[in-house]
Design a binder for this molecule. Structure first.
Ligand code: ADP
Ligand code: S3P
Ligand code: MG
Length: 173
Protein backbone atom coordinates (compact mmCIF):
# COMPACT_ATOMS: atom_id res chain seq x y z
CA UNK A 1 0.00 0.00 0.00
CA UNK A 2 1.43 3.37 -0.97
CA UNK A 3 0.14 6.43 0.80
CA UNK A 4 -0.01 9.85 -0.75
CA UNK A 5 -0.37 13.13 1.11
CA UNK A 6 -4.16 13.02 0.74
CA UNK A 7 -4.55 9.51 2.11
CA UNK A 8 -4.78 9.15 5.88
CA UNK A 9 -4.70 5.66 7.45
CA UNK A 10 -7.47 5.00 9.97
CA UNK A 11 -6.72 2.52 12.77
CA UNK A 12 -9.63 0.48 14.12
CA UNK A 13 -9.81 -2.40 16.58
CA UNK A 14 -10.68 -3.51 20.06
CA UNK A 15 -9.76 -1.52 23.16
CA UNK A 16 -6.21 -2.49 24.09
CA UNK A 17 -5.30 -3.55 20.56
CA UNK A 18 -2.76 -0.72 20.36
CA UNK A 19 -4.51 1.80 18.10
CA UNK A 20 -3.25 4.71 20.20
CA UNK A 21 0.20 3.32 21.08
CA UNK A 22 1.06 1.86 17.68
CA UNK A 23 -0.80 4.61 15.81
CA UNK A 24 1.38 7.30 17.35
CA UNK A 25 4.55 5.29 16.71
CA UNK A 26 3.63 4.49 13.09
CA UNK A 27 2.69 8.13 12.40
CA UNK A 28 6.10 9.19 13.69
CA UNK A 29 7.88 6.66 11.49
CA UNK A 30 5.92 7.83 8.44
CA UNK A 31 6.47 11.51 9.26
CA UNK A 32 2.74 12.12 9.63
CA UNK A 33 0.62 14.04 12.09
CA UNK A 34 -1.32 11.88 14.54
CA UNK A 35 -4.93 12.29 15.63
CA UNK A 36 -6.56 10.16 18.32
CA UNK A 37 -10.33 10.60 18.23
CA UNK A 38 -10.53 9.82 21.97
CA UNK A 39 -8.17 12.73 22.68
CA UNK A 40 -10.25 14.96 20.39
CA UNK A 41 -13.37 14.08 22.36
CA UNK A 42 -11.64 14.82 25.66
CA UNK A 43 -10.40 18.19 24.50
CA UNK A 44 -13.79 19.10 22.99
CA UNK A 45 -15.68 18.27 26.16
CA UNK A 46 -13.00 19.06 28.74
CA UNK A 47 -13.88 15.75 30.38
CA UNK A 48 -12.24 12.35 30.52
CA UNK A 49 -14.11 9.82 28.41
CA UNK A 50 -15.05 7.88 31.53
CA UNK A 51 -16.52 11.01 33.14
CA UNK A 52 -18.33 11.93 29.93
CA UNK A 53 -19.79 8.44 29.66
CA UNK A 54 -20.81 8.40 33.35
CA UNK A 55 -22.37 11.86 33.15
CA UNK A 56 -24.08 11.82 29.77
CA UNK A 57 -24.56 8.12 29.11
CA UNK A 58 -23.58 5.76 26.31
CA UNK A 59 -25.98 7.15 23.66
CA UNK A 60 -24.50 10.65 24.00
CA UNK A 61 -21.01 9.15 23.94
CA UNK A 62 -21.82 7.32 20.69
CA UNK A 63 -23.20 10.52 19.12
CA UNK A 64 -20.13 12.50 20.12
CA UNK A 65 -17.80 9.81 18.82
CA UNK A 66 -19.65 9.67 15.51
CA UNK A 67 -19.60 13.49 15.18
CA UNK A 68 -15.88 13.48 15.99
CA UNK A 69 -15.19 10.97 13.22
CA UNK A 70 -17.39 12.88 10.78
CA UNK A 71 -15.64 16.13 11.68
CA UNK A 72 -12.17 14.97 10.66
CA UNK A 73 -10.68 16.51 7.57
CA UNK A 74 -6.90 16.48 7.90
CA UNK A 75 -5.04 19.35 6.26
CA UNK A 76 -1.68 17.56 6.31
CA UNK A 77 -0.62 13.91 5.99
CA UNK A 78 -2.11 12.29 9.07
CA UNK A 79 -2.73 8.94 10.72
CA UNK A 80 -5.92 8.56 12.75
CA UNK A 81 -6.49 6.26 15.74
CA UNK A 82 -10.18 5.79 16.48
CA UNK A 83 -11.81 4.64 19.71
CA UNK A 84 -12.85 0.99 19.65
CA UNK A 85 -16.55 1.84 19.33
CA UNK A 86 -16.26 4.13 16.29
CA UNK A 87 -17.28 1.20 14.07
CA UNK A 88 -20.82 1.39 15.50
CA UNK A 89 -21.34 4.54 13.42
CA UNK A 90 -21.90 3.66 9.75
CA UNK A 91 -21.92 7.35 8.89
CA UNK A 92 -18.57 8.07 10.54
CA UNK A 93 -16.99 4.93 9.09
CA UNK A 94 -18.15 5.83 5.57
CA UNK A 95 -16.52 9.25 5.99
CA UNK A 96 -13.32 7.84 7.50
CA UNK A 97 -13.04 5.22 4.75
CA UNK A 98 -12.95 8.07 2.23
CA UNK A 99 -10.02 9.66 4.08
CA UNK A 100 -7.74 6.65 3.73
CA UNK A 101 -7.18 2.92 4.22
CA UNK A 102 -8.96 1.45 7.24
CA UNK A 103 -6.45 -0.67 9.15
CA UNK A 104 -7.74 -3.29 11.62
CA UNK A 105 -5.29 -4.24 14.38
CA UNK A 106 -6.42 -7.82 14.93
CA UNK A 107 -5.18 -8.86 18.36
CA UNK A 108 -6.25 -12.17 19.97
CA UNK A 109 -8.78 -11.97 22.79
CA UNK A 110 -6.38 -13.50 25.35
CA UNK A 111 -3.88 -10.69 24.80
CA UNK A 112 -6.59 -8.02 25.02
CA UNK A 113 -7.80 -9.55 28.28
CA UNK A 114 -4.30 -9.42 29.72
CA UNK A 115 -4.02 -5.76 28.71
CA UNK A 116 -7.41 -4.34 29.69
CA UNK A 117 -8.81 -6.98 32.09
CA UNK A 118 -12.58 -7.21 31.86
CA UNK A 119 -12.73 -3.59 30.73
CA UNK A 120 -15.21 -2.62 33.44
CA UNK A 121 -13.24 0.49 34.47
CA UNK A 122 -12.79 1.70 30.90
CA UNK A 123 -16.22 2.98 29.90
CA UNK A 124 -16.66 0.61 26.98
CA UNK A 125 -19.60 0.95 24.67
CA UNK A 126 -21.42 -2.32 24.48
CA UNK A 127 -24.68 -3.33 22.86
CA UNK A 128 -25.14 -6.51 24.85
CA UNK A 129 -24.00 -7.26 28.37
CA UNK A 130 -21.01 -9.49 29.00
CA UNK A 131 -17.27 -9.12 29.45
CA UNK A 132 -14.56 -8.36 26.97
CA UNK A 133 -15.06 -11.74 25.26
CA UNK A 134 -18.72 -10.89 24.50
CA UNK A 135 -17.58 -7.52 23.17
CA UNK A 136 -14.97 -9.21 21.01
CA UNK A 137 -17.59 -11.59 19.55
CA UNK A 138 -19.97 -8.70 18.96
CA UNK A 139 -17.46 -6.40 17.31
CA UNK A 140 -15.02 -8.53 15.35
CA UNK A 141 -17.39 -8.84 12.37
CA UNK A 142 -17.69 -5.03 12.25
CA UNK A 143 -13.91 -4.57 12.24
CA UNK A 144 -13.47 -7.22 9.55
CA UNK A 145 -16.20 -5.72 7.40
CA UNK A 146 -14.75 -2.21 7.53
CA UNK A 147 -11.09 -3.15 7.11
CA UNK A 148 -9.11 -2.45 3.96
CA UNK A 149 -6.06 -3.96 5.64
CA UNK A 150 -6.10 -6.56 8.42
CA UNK A 151 -2.95 -6.68 10.55
CA UNK A 152 -2.81 -9.80 12.75
CA UNK A 153 -0.69 -9.04 15.82
CA UNK A 154 0.53 -11.28 18.62
CA UNK A 155 2.27 -10.17 21.81
CA UNK A 156 5.56 -8.55 20.89
CA UNK A 157 7.77 -5.52 20.94
CA UNK A 158 5.63 -2.45 20.09
CA UNK A 159 8.55 -0.83 18.25
CA UNK A 160 8.98 -3.85 16.00
CA UNK A 161 5.21 -3.95 15.39
CA UNK A 162 5.12 -0.25 14.55
CA UNK A 163 7.98 -0.77 12.11
CA UNK A 164 6.10 -3.70 10.53
CA UNK A 165 2.91 -1.67 10.09
CA UNK A 166 4.79 1.35 8.76
CA UNK A 167 6.38 -0.92 6.17
CA UNK A 168 3.00 -2.41 5.18
CA UNK A 169 1.66 1.09 4.63
CA UNK A 170 4.58 2.28 2.56
CA UNK A 171 5.26 -0.73 0.35
CA UNK A 172 3.83 -1.43 -3.05
CA UNK A 173 2.18 -4.87 -2.99
N1 ADP B 1 2.88 -4.84 21.20
C1 ADP B 1 2.09 -3.93 21.75
N2 ADP B 1 1.42 -3.07 20.95
C2 ADP B 1 0.60 -2.14 21.49
N3 ADP B 1 0.38 -1.98 22.80
C3 ADP B 1 1.02 -2.80 23.64
C4 ADP B 1 1.89 -3.80 23.15
N4 ADP B 1 2.36 -4.47 24.20
C5 ADP B 1 1.82 -3.91 25.29
N5 ADP B 1 1.02 -2.89 24.97
C6 ADP B 1 0.23 -2.07 25.91
O1 ADP B 1 -1.14 -2.33 25.62
C7 ADP B 1 -1.89 -1.12 25.76
C8 ADP B 1 -2.52 -0.80 24.42
O2 ADP B 1 -3.41 0.25 24.65
P1 ADP B 1 -3.77 1.38 23.63
O3 ADP B 1 -2.62 1.75 22.77
O4 ADP B 1 -4.44 2.45 24.42
O5 ADP B 1 -4.83 0.61 22.72
P2 ADP B 1 -6.18 1.15 22.10
O6 ADP B 1 -5.97 2.57 21.72
O7 ADP B 1 -6.38 0.24 20.93
O8 ADP B 1 -7.21 0.96 23.16
C9 ADP B 1 -0.92 -0.04 26.20
O9 ADP B 1 -0.95 0.03 27.61
C10 ADP B 1 0.42 -0.57 25.73
O10 ADP B 1 1.49 -0.12 26.52
O1 S3P C 1 -14.28 0.35 22.60
C1 S3P C 1 -14.90 1.15 23.34
O2 S3P C 1 -16.09 0.95 23.67
C2 S3P C 1 -14.18 2.33 23.83
C3 S3P C 1 -12.83 2.42 23.58
C4 S3P C 1 -12.00 3.50 24.09
O3 S3P C 1 -10.97 3.78 23.17
P1 S3P C 1 -9.79 2.75 22.83
O4 S3P C 1 -10.32 1.74 21.87
O5 S3P C 1 -8.74 3.61 22.21
O6 S3P C 1 -9.35 2.12 24.09
C5 S3P C 1 -12.81 4.76 24.34
O7 S3P C 1 -13.25 5.33 23.13
C6 S3P C 1 -14.03 4.46 25.15
O8 S3P C 1 -13.58 4.05 26.41
C7 S3P C 1 -14.94 3.41 24.51
MG1 MG D 1 -6.95 4.40 22.07
Amino acid sequence: MILDANSHPIFIGMPGSGKSTLGRAVAKRLGRAFIDTDERMESTTGLSLQTYMDTHGPAAFARLESATGLGLSPSEPTLVATGGSMIYSDEAMAHLARLGPVVFLDVPLEILQARVGCGSDRGLLQRQSGGLSALWEERRPFYLRHADLIVPLEEGDPNAQAEHIARLLSTRE
